[in-house]
Design a protein around this ligand. Structure first.
Ligand SMILES: [Zn+2]
Length: 356
């Protein structure tokens, strides 16, 4: 059997004259995989590459060369078509960029970062911190972590070639933060785009399970995830926006498709929550933070405390050991920041204190 060549696996679309043929191929599939690349993806960053994969082939649209016209030429219609299911992995930054820079309201997303949380928290082998199906819609002290794509590929797909190509791309991003604005795109980066999208089909197969309830819940959750950044009047890019925890009230609880009425704003993330999310003390002081923001603040305090201790210890020149090797820390600088589940042990009863 002949080996697959890059030409079989992906096509780079960099001329407007080639867009129509690519879109015709893409339209013939009901399930797609989407991923954007760029610098600081979001409304204030630069989206320079958008990859749309079918189960057969990836189409790498060079947005830097094609410009906004490619969206008017048909790409917008596909991205906004809710009947076209789109596998993505953390769609929040992509959706924010597409909405505010290209007037594209991304729809029809199935976000596999969320599906992985749903899978992990109902699995018998799930971590001890799993909340047994309660993902923010029920009052508990627990919040869930979200994983990066590479970690999920390693956990669930275990495809060495895919992992190696992904890691090679990560190294390129480490070496040059402007790599997505450099042309021509290297073969390694094209492979990276291909792996980031085609790998989503494999991950979806592993995670989707046979629970009929899961996919409708995932659709609801993914729509909320897509709205997460793009609906914010202002992006702060502060610690309450950028962390590796699952925001509350994104995934409906099992057996449910809705969320309770929310009218009280968290002073950390500025999202609205039911009033019962907060304690009377918090509310009286006007310092109400949701469980996720409380944990983010706690983690930041613990990290600062440790850094202060390191600074005081002139004999200890070791680097901090709790940065993940996952790709998001290296490319975005925040997602890979992993915190021990035992931080609350360090702070004892202070965790959950109302006085932050
Ligand atoms: Zn909050």
């Amino acid at each position: 059997m002949a080996c697959k060549t890059p030409d079989d696996e992906y096509t780079v679309v960099e001329e407007l004259a080639d867009v129509a043929d690519a879109l015709t191929e893409i339209r013939s599939h009901a399930l797609l995989a989407i991923d954007c690349e760029g610098i600081n993806l979001g409304r204030a960053g630069d989206l320079t590459v958008l990859t749309v994969a079918t189960p057969i082939k990836s189409y790498i649209f060079d947005i830097l060369k094609l410009g906004k016209q490619v969206f008017d030429d048909g790409l917008r219609d596909i991205l906004e078509d809710k009947t076209k299911k789109k596998l993505m992995f953390d769609c929040r930054g992509d959706a924010d960029s597409l909405q505010h820079q290209f007037k594209v309201r991304l729809s029809g997303v199935l976000d596999l970062q969320l599906l992985e949380v749903m899978h992990r928290t109902k699995s018998p082998s799930a971590s001890a911190s799993a909340t047994s199906g309660s993902l923010g819609s029920t009052q508990t002290d627990e919040v869930e972590s979200v994983y990066g794509f590479l970690r999920c590929v390693e956990l669930y797909i275990d495809d060495k070639k895919m992992i190696d190509e992904k890691k090679r791309g990560v190294r390129l991003l480490q070496d040059d933060e402007n790599v997505w604005q450099t042309r021509p795109l290297s073969d390694s980066l094209k492979s990276y785009c291909n792996v980031d999208t085609s790998g989503l089909f494999s991950l979806f197969e592993k995670l989707k399970g046979d629970n009929d309830d899961a996919l409708p819940r995932l659709r609801v959750a993914s729509e909320r995830y897509a709205d997460y950044f793009r609906s914010m009047p202002v992006r702060t890019n502060g610690m309450f926006e950028n962390h590796a925890l699952l925001p509350l009230y994104i995934i409906p609880d099992e057996g449910s498709m809705s969320f309770p009425f929310a009218s009280t704003k968290c002073v950390g993330c500025n999202r609205l929550f039911p009033r019962h999310e907060f304690s009377k003390t918090q509310l009286r002081k006007g310092q109400q933070k949701c469980r996720v923001c409380k944990k983010v603040k706690l983690q930041a305090d613990v990290q600062k405390n440790r850094e202060d201790n390191w600074a005081r210890d002139e004999f200890n020149h070791s680097p901090p050991l709790y940065y993940s090797s996952d790709e998001e820390w290296q490319t975005n600088g925040y997602y890979g920041l992993q915190y021990s589940d035992n931080y609350s042990d360090n702070f004892g009863d202070d965790y959950g204190d109302d006085d932050w």
